[in-house]
Design a protein around this ligand. Structure first.
Ligand SMILES: [Zn+2]
Length: 358
């Protein structure tokens, strides 16, 4: 392994033993142990080539203790693009976290062109609580709805602001942001890769990267305000996003697919050698229809991921607590099931399933 500087022995929320600034890291002097760096001092371009680093990014969010965000960087010996991968924007989506850690561990900086940067857990508040969102006692916010953040906002909004500025100053039009997500605790997702819908000068590069991620299911993610991958797309940064199983667990196949996708994209960008020629998925980017529960109830369904359904097909029914039917759920379109609720109890307005249009 090439991790000569990375000791990362601190823990989130604890006082760091040693503070090492980015300038010290850039000179390659006095870099051990690398415990914590104020996030505003991170400058990827100033980091020396041929090194791996891992550290805590210290983010002052207005609480008594700063939040510590784990950060890994592998700087190749030769120049090239930067791939910046982020997981854990939702704290209980674990496959992408492991994909980042495995990729960082496996990279040989002596054979790497460019830079791999990774944040395996973007929302340590949510991760510590094993929840999707920041706990209520902090601010209860969903980090994936509040980018580009607010420096004067609550802790999650300040965290989003710092993360977004780090990503923004680290990436240009030849680089790539990867935003790893998984299904929620209640709704399982197919393993898919996508690009955001907003028109962006980065759209062509985003599409090419998504195609070379190597998954057959390509998603036209509907635009909305606040997700990291929507706002980086809007900012002109080539961006892809993923989903995989989730359920607040760890799916080994989903993890493997994300890790292989990361390697394939880096090979496509010329950052690492690959024994195989890059292969691009050729299908269309498919939009999805999200089906929401029209009322609260118990979702009776035999629907499974990847099922093919027809327009008007009965997907399931909602029954009340005595078993009386309160709604029938019919597919609005022909397509493939890319997400399905597996926790049967549902509140009005919550997700039942996603259908990818055929
Ligand atoms: Zn997510």
């Amino acid at each position: 392994m090439h991790d000569r500087a990375g000791t990362g022995s601190g823990k989130a929320g604890r006082s760091p033993a040693t503070t090492v600034t980015a300038s010290a890291m850039a000179t390659g002097q006095s870099v051990e142990p690398v415990d914590t760096v104020p996030i505003g001092e991170i400058d990827l371009a100033a980091m020396p080539p041929g090194r791996k680093w891992r550290c805590w990014l210290q983010v002052a969010t207005g609480l008594r203790q700063p939040v510590m965000v784990p950060f890994v960087v592998a700087r190749g010996v030769s120049p090239g693009p930067t791939v910046f991968a982020v997981a854990g924007v939702h704290g209980n989506e674990y496959e992408g976290m492991e994909a980042i850690r495995a990729t960082f561990a496996a990279l040989d900086v002596g054979r790497l062109a460019g830079t791999f940067a990774g944040i395996p857990v973007a929302n340590p508040y949510a991760y510590a609580a094993r929840s999707r969102t920041t706990p209520l006692e902090i601010d209860g916010l969903n980090l994936a709805r509040i980018f580009p953040g607010n420096p004067d906002g609550s802790p999650s909004a300040v965290l989003a602001d710092h993360l977004f500025r780090l990503i923004g100053r680290s990436l240009g039009p030849d680089d790539l942001l990867i935003d790893f997500h998984s299904g929620s605790a209640e709704v399982a997702f197919a393993t898919i890769v996508g690009v955001r819908a907003p028109a962006s000068p980065a759209r062509a590069r985003s599409e090419a990267a998504a195609r070379h991620f190597g998954l057959p299911a390509l998603w036209e993610i509907p635009d909305s305000r606040g997700p990291l991958n929507a706002e980086t797309t809007r900012a002109g940064i080539p961006t892809i996003g993923t989903e995989t199983t989730g359920r607040a667990g760890f799916d080994a196949r989903g993890f493997a697919a994300l890790g292989m996708g990361l390697a394939r994209v880096m090979a496509y960008l010329g950052m690492i050698a690959s024994e195989q020629a890059p292969v691009a998925a050729t299908g269309p980017f498919r939009p999805t229809r999200e089906m929401l529960a029209p009322s609260s109830g118990f979702f009776r369904t035999s629907l499974k991921l990847h099922d093919e359904v027809e327009a008007g097909e009965l997907l399931g029914s909602l029954v009340d607590i005595f078993g009386d039917r309160v709604a029938e759920i019919q597919s609005p379109c022909a397509g493939s099931v890319w997400a399905v609720r597996e926790t049967c109890a549902v509140e009005s307005g919550e997700t039942l399933c996603y259908i990818a249009l055929r």
